[in-house]
Design a protein around this ligand. Structure first.
Ligand code: 13P
Length: 287
């Protein structure tokens, strides 16, 4: 059931658990995530980066595919189709294409410009019943060619953006997209605590969910994180399962070259990691 992310995140924040955002790349990814959410009776957010949207030929294709798949699979759990790290133009494209949720990432703009653009998009999104995420303080690592330094957000700036009426707020707390380096300092819970004290009931978003140790995830949830983004880990699970299949020579046996057979182990591996994350985030049974 396609919905905005507002209600599911409000419930998550109140219930002290987090909803997973899993980024999609194609049909297999989408199917595996939707089926797992349904099997576990968990709400879920499908994240689409602008790069992945382009890869899938455009946001209209993505929106049509997700809506049709949601219907054909008989998905009854709440599903939000969400633009990840959207540009100003990207947000408008996704609104037009029928997404149910957008993220406007204005973290690289001066704070005044971030506020002005976020404010405008909040009004447009809410008028149409979409939820909207904003970002303060860039997330480290590289995503779609944008490199952030993993800075910690200023809690006062977080409050300024939260007060614009966004439904969820991504704030840098030392998190990084992709694999964490050996010398990573860990999440700054001091920053997270200060942000939550300023922003109150606002569901906070933790980007860079791949590879964050379990105890840090649990602590982040206890300090107000209600949405956690995972992308790289699904890719790594898919890659490893696919590699095993090829290395075992299964593609050379019988009809093992059939794309439905070739992609099946990777798709099953995505289901496996999504289940692990939903268990850890506490969203199982919360649909
Ligand atoms: P990872 O790729 O590190 O899991 O981060 C995902 C993310 O934050 C998407 O916005």
């Amino acid at each position: 059931m396609l919905v905005s992310a507002t209600e599911m995140l409000k419930k998550a924040k109140e219930g002290h658990y987090a909803v997973g955002q899993f980024n999609i790349n194609n049909l297999e990814w989408t199917k595996s995530i939707l089926q797992t959410a349904q099997e576990l009776n968990s709400p879920v957010i499908l994240g689409v980066s602008e790069g992945a949207g382009k890869y899938m030929t455009g946001f209209n294709t993505v929106s049509a595919m997700v809506k049709a798949m949601d219907a054909d699979l008989g998905i009854t759990v709440p599903v939000a189709l969400h633009l990840d790290h959207g540009t100003y133009d990207g947000c408008y494209k996704c609104i037009k294409a029928g997404f149910t949720s957008i993220m406007f990432d204005g973290s690289h703009y001066p704070i005044e410009e971030n506020i002005a653009k976020t404010k405008e998009l909040v009004a447009v999104a809410h008028q149409l019943g979409l939820s909207i995420e904003a970002e303060v303080g860039s997330i480290g690592g590289e995503e779609d060619g944008v490199v952030g330094m993993g800075e910690c957000a200023d809690p006062d700036e977080c409050k300024l953006i939260a007060d614009l009426g966004v439904d969820m707020l991504a704030a840098g707390i030392g998190n990084i997209h992709g694999k964490y380096p050996e010398n990573w300092a860990g999440l700054s819970f001091e920053t997270l605590d200060a942000i939550q004290q300023k922003t109150g009931v606002m569901p906070l978003v933790l980007h860079g969910g791949t590879g964050i140790p379990e105890d840090m995830i649990k602590k982040a949830i206890s300090l107000g994180v209600a949405k956690i983004n995972v992308n790289t880990e699904c890719q790594l699970y898919f890659q490893e399962a696919t590699r095993k299949y090829i290395e075992a020579g299964k593609d050379l046996e019988g009809k093992g070259f059939d794309p439905r057979k070739l992609l099946a182990p990777g798709a099953a591996a995505i289901k496996e990691i999504v289940k692990i994350k939903m268990d850890l985030f506490g969203s199982v049974g919360k649909a």
